[in-house]
Design a protein around this ligand. Structure first.
Ligand code: NOJ
Length: 752
């Protein structure tokens, strides 16, 4: 009886949000779309089957060493372009080089169809930003939009059209190296930030020459790899898939993402790259996605390893039929689809649909009108002072203050003697994984950031190993220890069996911290990482901890800004920090179980040897000032099904410094046809407050936020009680309650 469906309402809301244009613009958009389809039709009608397979074929540049066996030489590649056998290239960069290859496509090939140049522009291009997980800690969609827009401007000046980003895989396991590439563990946060990234890359209009086509990835479930081991298989129920893993992709599609990439993983027995349910049913049918789907690298050929396809002929057939339009790297489409059509295993209609989607994007990108990159742009746009400032601001916004006992931070710039020690103090690993064309030489390390911050009277002492660090600390008034992990400990293939601190450069990092702490000087730890780390001893014993992440070129400056009070950190964790690896998976939006954990009760859902709570919860982060929450107001105690509820509160800066607070709204659907998480984020707002300043923050809980895929696998709001929390993190907050009740029947209303 709770199952009152309001999906019709959601469809209306979604459509209204997706097409906010005035009627004039709308008509123009329709005309442009019709004209594009006409041009696609015309071109399709002139294409041979081989030319069609060419548009479905993406190759790495042969200078990529992995590809040497597949594509022997530049000459061979040029010949393939000339004969229309390549539709897109990956890893060719530089306007002159892209233009040279583009010239072959548009001047020497029969149909003159331009190439799409693709690259992994993950967190910046030449100006690198914090890694995506760090950017998510900003809880600021505008910061992410702006960073993506800068990345697009720089990458497009280098001849690129298409980025394989944003990665929207939900990451609940810190062992998984690729957790660094996503926006953390929460579907709502990832949806909001993912849509912002798409808008940033694609600008307002894909045909803008400074825009990149976005490619949300990996569809779907890649983040649920068993044991956090990269490429591993996943078992995800349809409820969890639809309620947790898919919403960010839906949001990105709604924001206009042009393409989507498949995932490497096996999903419930069908590899994602051959998954009809994911691509034909959900993406292309339910969501009416009209862009194209690219496989992940070599993933079509790997269907054989999965044990899903007997040979490459079958691999080509199943992935095409599943809705994968372009083959990245494996050449299986190019080599196998001809036979598949001749043997009537796939129809030409399916091929045409795939090619239509690729051509549509090429038209939308404006490539037929402007195939070439402007070679003069590079000098002007790369690493411009404005881009570097945007990167520094993004890095500042990503910082999370994990602990600050007795307001040890910020430090004074003019202290007499300061020690900066540890294996990451002067390390360029701060750059992070997937650095695109970022030059490590341009990375501002923590040490160099600090050097340019402190007074010239301050004596700076440094050390890397334990002996040096202890000596430096003894001789100083305060110590900053910089510890963490390498960029290569994260990213693709960067999974770890433990998230405790690793030995680095022969140094046991925790031992180093213990030895320095034993000296008894005021001690600060700066963490440089791309994943949550388990640091229970440090969290317990070190008075001040700043999470600096892998924060790109300007990371060292941003960290120094915060350490010395030129910036007040206000970021929040986008992912739970466990107490130990054994606590994984631990995430805030879990189910309650029949026996929720009680520390003093044995037969409850917990471990005996560790508290049930995380080290730091999702949404957590401190500031140099303090905030007080007050006056939680719910617009009504009851709302009718299909209605919305306003939630407001006051937040006040009760400390002495200006600072940012991320106000977070959580709900719980108390009883439902499918059990719901104990808490779910449904709104957030990063607000800046001067000392003593008070702001009212308002949220609206719409049916879209209250609903979920229910027992019938329909998106619905169900009747009954909801709890609401508004606060500073996922662990607490002001609490309220409301109820969703049935709307009175129409004739009942009339009678009254
Ligand atoms: C494999 C990765 O999984 C994917 O994310 C990336 O975009 C491609 N390689 C291309 O580099």
């Amino acid at each position: 009886m709770r199952n009152f469906i309001c999906s019709w309402l959601l469809i209306c809301l979604t459509l209204a949000a997706a097409f906010p244009q005035t009627p004039g613009r709308k008509t123009r958009a329709v005309t442009v779309a019709q004209e594009t389809e006409r041009r696609v039709d015309e071109l399709l009608a002139r294409m041979t089957l081989e030319e069609k397979f060419g548009q479905m074929n993406q190759r790495f540049s042969p200078r990529n060493k992995d590809e040497e066996n597949n594509l022997k030489s530049q000459a061979e590649m040029r010949q393939l372009i000339k004969s229309g056998r390549i539709g897109s290239l990956i890893s060719v960069t530089g306007a002159p080089e892209c233009n040279e290859l583009q010239r072959i496509a548009v001047e020497e090939s029969r149909l003159k169809i331009p190439l799409l140049f693709a690259y992994d522009v993950i967190h910046g291009y030449r100006t690198t930003f914090p890694v995506p997980l760090a950017m998510a800690a900003s809880w600021d969609a505008e910061t992410i939009r702006r960073a993506s827009s800068v990345a697009a401007t720089e990458a497009s000046a280098d001849g690129l059209h298409w980025t394989f980003a944003p990665m929207l895989d939900i990451g609940r396991d810190g062992r998984w190296g690729r957790i660094v590439e996503g926006f953390g563990e929460d579907p709502y946060l990832t949806s909001v930030l993912g849509a912002a990234a798409v808008r940033g890359f694609q600008k307002d209009d894909l045909s803008d020459s400074t825009a990149l086509i976005a490619c949300p990835k990996h569809f779907a479930g890649y983040g649920a790899a068993e044991g956090g081991r990269d490429y591993n298989s996943t078992e995800i129920s349809e409820h969890t898939l639809r309620n947790v893993y898919l919403p960010p992709f839906r949001a990105a599609a709604g924001a206009g993402a042009g393409t989507v990439m498949t995932a490497f993983n096996d999903l419930n027995g069908t590899p994602a790259t051959a998954n009809n349910f994911l691509f034909r049913q959900i993406l292309k049918s339910e969501w009416a996605f009209d862009g194209f789907v690219v496989s992940d690298a070599n993933a079509i050929a790997e269907l054989i390893n999965h044990g899903y396809s007997a040979d490459s002929a079958e691999a080509a057939q199943v992935s095409l039929l599943a809705g994968v339009d372009m083959d990245m790297q494996s050449s299986v489409y190019l080599n196998q689809l001809g036979r598949a059509v001749r043997e009537k295993r796939v129809s030409e209609r399916v091929i045409d649909d795939a090619v239509r989607r690729v051509l549509r994007l090429k038209f939308r990108k404006g490539l037929f009108e402007r195939p070439y990159a402007d070679e003069k742009l590079v000098a002007r746009v790369m690493l411009s002072p404005e881009n570097l400032e945007t990167a520094r601001e993004a890095a500042r916004k990503s910082l999370v203050l994990l602990k600050n006992e007795n307001s040890l931070l910020p430090l004074k710039k003019d202290m007499a003697r300061l020690a900066v020690v540890g294996p990451y103090a002067d390390s360029r690993e701060l750059h992070g994984s997937w650095r695109a064309k970022g030059d490590p030489q341009n990375v501002v390390t923590v040490l160099s950031g600090i050097k340019s911050k402190i007074s010239n009277r301050t004596e700076l002492k440094t050390g890397v190993n334990i002996a040096e660090s202890v000596a430096a600390a003894k001789d100083s008034d305060a110590v900053i220890i910089v510890i963490g992990e390498d960029a290569r400990d994260t990213g693709e293939g960067g999974s770890l069996s433990t998230i405790e601190l690793q030995r680095k450069q022969g140094i046991d990092q925790e031992e180093l911290v213990r030895a320095v702490q034993a000296i008894g000087k005021p001690t600060v730890v700066v963490l440089v990482s791309g994943r949550p780390l388990a640091i229970p001893w440090i969290a317990q014993n070190i008075p001040a901890i700043l999470l600096g992440w892998h924060s790109g070129l300007q990371g060292g400056n941003a960290i120094a800004d915060a350490l010395f009070g030129d910036y007040n950190p206000g970021g929040k964790l986008p992912v739970t920090f466990p107490r130990s690896t054994g606590q994984i998976p631990i995430y805030y939006n879990h189910k309650n179980t029949g026996r929720p954990p009680k520390e003093d009760k044995r037969n409850t859902s917990k471990y005996l040897d560790i508290p049930a709570t995380p080290l730091f919860p999702f949404g957590y982060g401190l500031s140099y000032t303090r905030f007080a929450y007050d006056n939680l107001r719910l617009g009504a105690a009851r709302i009718e099904l299909g209605g919305s509820l306003k939630v407001s509160l006051q937040v006040k800066n009760i400390g002495e410094r200006a600072g940012d607070e991320v106000v977070q709204l959580y709900i719980r659907d108390v009883a439902a046809s499918v059990t719901r998480p104990v808490k779910e984020l449904k709104g957030f707002s990063r607000v800046r407050l001067s000392p003593g300043e008070k702001k009212t923050v308002e949220f609206t809980l719409t049916p879209e936020l209250l609903g979920f895929y229910n027992r019938e696998m329909r998106f619905a709001v169900e009747l009954g009680k909801f709890k609401v929390w508004v606060g500073t993190d996922s662990a607490g907050g002001l609490e309220g309650e409301f109820e969703v009740v049935a709307a009175p029947a129409r004739n009942a209303l009339r009678k009254r």
